[in-house]
Unconditional design. Structure first.
Length: 411
């Protein structure tokens, strides 16, 4: 019987991965890419009202000089554990707490302990990156107070997407949706929980450039469609509730478009996780009609990967340094027994048998080195040894990805 191996051209949704998302918050930096509109930032200079200065000549945070200002962040727990917060100096942490207090209270004018907008912007970004639950803010106005041309202090006003009532309604709905999602989470180790969230977001979220609220987690939990920032915020929100440290990361991808993803801590080591690029699209090239339109629902290439692998396609441009991601222990392929350090055909047989037993639609294996990849490709495809493991007689569809050193076969 004639056997046919059909090569499938693999096309990742680079629009999804590189999809142009915009940091509507000015604290996130300048817009890159297209398709979204920026919420502007403003810097105002106002005259300080007479009699409203403190002993040092600055703003009195406890006075009415700045409306409903809060007490310099002192009402916020100083024992915060968020990642970006912990990377800051003591002075920057104080400003962080001031910003966080102001945003949580919907303050119109919150005094802050800096007169430098660049410093404020950096710390504002840290607050937003650490707190996906603050989805109702998309910018700020930075205010400097002067008397006779001399600076007397500064404050900021958040730019709020919704009022308190609408924010409370959305928050309650998001919490309810999250509880339902996490009710199905496994009780296993960190990796199993991360994998669960990755798979859930990929299979329940549609990538859509024009999605409403696509710069925050409302787009995922309330609408089921988003872009990369929404995916990353939702992943952070869910994983933190599972007790997994999850960092929101910004940068660019191959074509230079802005992108967002996460770094997670799994069993003591850090890994990159990109749920947006977990949505894969494979385009068939061949004549076998039975394979037309078939594609895997989930691409696991970006589930718990080290720096060395991710930096082939992603460039970090984060506001604070990230931890080193150097381990492969909880990489998807390693954990699933699909990582080959040599051409182990017995292991390949076991991989196929397990896939059939679990009723998977395809098998993907990843090779540690180019030489291993070439040897596995030769034996499975050129020498057609894959037919030893397939429950079929004639036709096998497959994908080769030399850059990622992966081979995929449809069952």
């Amino acid at each position: 019987m004639k056997r046919l191996l059909i090569l499938i051209s693999m096309v990742f949704l680079l629009a999804a991965g590189s999809a142009t998302f915009l940091f509507a918050l000015s604290a996130y930096g300048q817009q890159k890419g297209t398709g979204e509109e920026a919420a502007g930032r403003a810097t105002d200079i106002e005259a300080l009202p007479d009699g409203q200065e403190n002993a040092d000549g600055g703003i009195n945070a406890g006075s009415n000089a700045v409306g409903d200002a809060v007490q310099s962040g002192q009402d916020i727990d100083t024992d915060l554990k968020e990642y970006a917060y912990l990377q800051l100096s003591d002075r920057e942490r104080r400003i962080y707490r001031e910003i966080l207090q102001g945003l949580r209270s919907f303050s119109e004018k919150t005094p802050v302990s800096t007169e430098e907008e660049a410093e404020f912007e950096k710390i504002f970004t840290c607050v937003m990156n650490d707190h996906p639950e603050i989805f109702y803010v998309d910018g700020y106005t930075f205010i400097r107070y002067e008397r006779d041309g001399v600076s007397e202090g500064s404050a900021f006003s958040g730019s709020y997407l919704y009022d308190k009532q609408e924010t409370a309604r959305r928050t309650a709905e998001i919490k309810s949706r999250a509880e339902n999602i996490l009710a199905g989470a496994p009780s296993g180790d960190d990796y199993e929980k991360i994998k669960y969230v990755y798979e859930y977001l990929v299979t329940h979220t549609e990538y859509k450039l024009g999605a409403a609220d696509n710069q925050n987690l409302c787009s995922v939990f309330l609408n089921g469609e988003s872009v990369c920032q929404g995916y990353a915020k939702a992943a952070q929100y869910l994983l933190e509730r599972l007790g997994i440290e999850c960092i929101f990361v910004t940068g660019t991808v191959e074509a230079g478009e802005a992108h967002a993803w996460n770094v997670v801590r799994s069993d003591g080591a850090y890994y990159h996780v990109d749920t947006t690029w977990g949505d894969a699209s494979y385009v068939m090239e061949g004549t076998a009609e039975e394979y037309e339109g078939r594609k895997p629902e989930i691409n696991y290439e970006y589930l718990c990967v080290p720096d060395q692998q991710l930096f082939q396609t992603h460039t970090v441009e984060n506001v604070v340094p990230l931890p080193v991601c150097g381990s492969m222990n909880d990489n998807y392929y390693v954990r699933e027994g699909a990582y080959f350090v040599y051409a182990d055909m017995e292991k390949a047989k076991e991989l196929f048998e397990r896939a059939y037993g679990e009723e998977h639609e395809y098998v993907t294996l990843k090779c540690a080195e180019d030489t291993v990849y070439e040897e596995m490709k030769r034996r499975l495809i050129t020498d057609q040894e894959v037919f030893r493991y397939m429950h079929c007689d004639g036709t096998v569809a497959y994908v080769c990805n030399q850059k990622q050193r992966t081979l995929s076969f449809w069952l």
